[in-house]
Design a protein around this ligand. Structure first.
Ligand code: THU
Length: 137
């Protein structure tokens, strides 16, 4: 499916991401983010950002959700949904783009905010010419 086309489960995934956002631990930024990931078996995995006092070690919602999914056997990631409380939809940070490129290269990415604005893109669009295991040969 092309990135521009809505995934049939997009609304469900965004709702799951919005729910997961409530679990964010973000006392420093006060910027809660929720993410929901659909795997190739149709399972949904969620996560939220987690911050700690040594700021740089925290993890974004996308990586929490993706590592959680991978660690439970999820593969063939189809779709990543992200919800923030920002004024406009945001897209994943550079570190998350790298991880998504390596583990969810074919995924569509839908990012939404509570007023309904939506940014729909893809991992390939977010990180063209990315580096992955095939680059090591
Ligand atoms: N954050 C995410 O979880 N996902 C994004 O796509 C952007 C940023 C988190 C990281 C940090 O905890 C807070 O939002 C502010 O940057």
């Amino acid at each position: 499916m092309k990135a521009a086309e809505p995934h049939p489960r997009e609304a469900e995934l965004l709702a799951a991401a919005a729910e997961a956002r409530a679990g964010a631990l973000c006392p420093f930024s006060k910027f809660p983010v929720g993410a929901a990931i659909l795997d190739g078996a149709g399972r949904v995995w969620t996560g939220a950002n987690v911050e700690n006092a040594s700021y740089t070690l925290g993890l974004c919602a996308e990586r929490v959700a993706l590592f959680y999914a991978l660690a439970h056997g999820a593969r063939d990631i189809q779709h990543v949904a992200i919800v923030t409380g920002a004024a406009a939809p945001s897209s994943p940070c550079g570190a998350c783009r790298q991880i998504l490129f390596e583990f969810a290269a074919a995924a569509t990415v839908s990012s939404a905010v509570p007023d309904g604005q939506l940014l729909r893109t893809s991992v390939r669009e977010l990180l063209p010419h990315g580096f992955d295991a095939s680059s090591l040969t």
